[in-house]
Write a protein that binds this ligand. Structure first.
Ligand code: ATP
Length: 238
């Protein structure tokens, strides 16, 4: 391979107190890719994102971003390096308007290529229409869009998306997928965690299957779709 990966996760162990969740887990992402982590409930996908972001520290192994070891950094420091996590619970400020939510995220941003609040509102049509509305008045899909838009205005180069389609109506799932594709076209690298394997198969360049805290399979959508044994064994979708 010609260039180093943008993100490299090498043999990490991580967990909560005495509970080890990730075991010798390794994978990598090239700049510009959409890569997914798929797997059943409790497989360790969220824990992987938290460990990359620095909310949890690995007890062994390394996380390397842009050639630098970020294993010991906390979440504020990894954000300064260009990482953003959009958690499953979509932490937006309910009492602030859409515009204020974006302005607050933009405040901390340092990257020159980050999206301005105005540009974000242009890109997210349904947010533009609700720019003056409180976060709490948004639908689940709109809150997800706002959470993603906040990551963009923060200047992130690598966005970690935790189950962005969870709990959303099917037609909104498509909107969220379109937005993920659009931000990737702007050059943002995406690590996508999903239980909805169909979303991964449509969006991701490569998919890693996580089971019991380990990567058990890697493949493109076509490879994964052709592998009924793996789909059945680890995802129960055949
Ligand atoms: P989900 O879709 O349910 O979030 P996941 O693949 O993201 O699944 P994780 O959330 O990473 O899985 O959870 C992996 C394991 O870690 C589970 O057994 C879970 O019970 C445990 N776990 C998660 N958070 C904590 C915590 N704060 N303290 C202790 N154990 C936890």
């Amino acid at each position: 391979m010609s260039a180093d990966p943008l993100l490299s996760v090498d043999s990490i162990d991580a967990g909560y107190g005495d509970t080890q969740v990730l075991r010798d887990l390794s994978f990598s992402i090239e700049a510009g890719e959409i890569v997914s982590l798929v797997g059943r409930n409790g497989a360790g996908k969220t824990t992987t994102l938290r460990t990359i972001m620095g909310i949890l520290q690995p007890t062994s192994g390394h996380v390397t971003y842009n050639g630098a070891d970020i294993s010991a950094l906390d979440a504020t420091e990894t954000a300064q390096q260009g990482l953003a996590l959009v958690p499953e619970e979509r932490r937006i400020f309910p009492d602030l308007t859409v515009t204020e939510n974006l302005e607050l995220a933009a405040h901390g941003g340092t990257a020159d290529d980050s999206l301005s609040v105005t540009e974000a509102l242009e890109m997210f049509e349904n947010l533009r229409e609700r720019a003056g509305n409180a976060g709490s008045s948004l639908s689940g899909g709109e809150q997800q869009m706002l959470a993603i838009a906040r990551a963009l205005v923060s200047g992130a180069d690598l966005v970690l998306l935790d189950e962005p389609t969870e709990g959303l109506a099917p037609y909104i799932v498509q909107d969220v997928m379109d937005i993920v594709a659009a931000l990737n076209e702007r050059g943002i690298t995406v690590l996508l965690v999903e239980q909805n394997v169909q979303v991964c198969l449509k969006l991701a360049d490569r998919n890693y299957l996580v089971d019991q805290g380990q990567i058990v399979y890697e493949g493109t959508a076509a490879e994964l779709e052709a592998n009924e044994d793996v789909l059945d064994r680890y995802l129960g979708v055949t």
